[in-house]
Ligand binder design. Structure first.
Ligand code: NI
Length: 157
């Protein structure tokens, strides 16, 4: 299963649109956003994703109720656990207890720091896709995780 991972889009609609069209073009099976979407209207763009999508709230996501509504209930309070392709995932915005969590979950995904972090663990990976907005680093990045091959990579969109 191919999973597209993004975080910290911070209302950068151009970058968000690039990520959406990249994930659609790659035909990934599932997309995860790790928080700091910020404005509910971003879901007008995220709705163009052809595959299933979920997100977690970040510290800059203030309008929880409206975000929840616009997302059609696809945004959750972190840490949020899911299972995809028989693998366990924990989705966070701020990273908490990564070392402990990586012993329990196959994939520990977080954002918030705006820095890329891809680390192989005994079970799988710790992944921060970096910032989609590009405000701090000048680079809009996402990650692609292949649960079949057990590989992950960062992509500039
Ligand atoms: Ni944040």
């Amino acid at each position: 299963m191919l999973i597209g991972i993004m975080s910290d889009s911070h209302d950068n609609m151009t970058a968000l649109e690039k990520a959406v069209s990249y994930f659609n073009k790659q035909n990934v099976d599932f997309v995860i956003h790790l928080g700091d979407i910020v404005s509910p209207f971003c879901f007008d763009l995220l709705d163009n994703l052809k595959m299933d999508f979920i997100a977690v709230f970040g510290n800059n996501d203030g309008e929880w109720l409206y975000l929840k509504e616009k997302s059609k209930n696809r945004i959750f309070k972190p840490p949020y656990e899911i299972e995809l392709d028989g693998k366990s995932f924990v989705l966070m915005h701020e990273p908490f207890g990564l070392n402990n969590l990586s012993a329990v979950y196959d994939y520990c995904l977080y954002g918030h720091t705006h820095s890329i972090d891809i680390r192989k663990t005994k079970r799988g990976y710790i992944i921060n896709p970096g910032e989609l907005c590009g405000y701090l680093t000048g680079k809009s990045t996402v990650a692609i995780l292949d649960t079949f091959r057990g590989s992950a990579q960062i992509v500039n969109v």
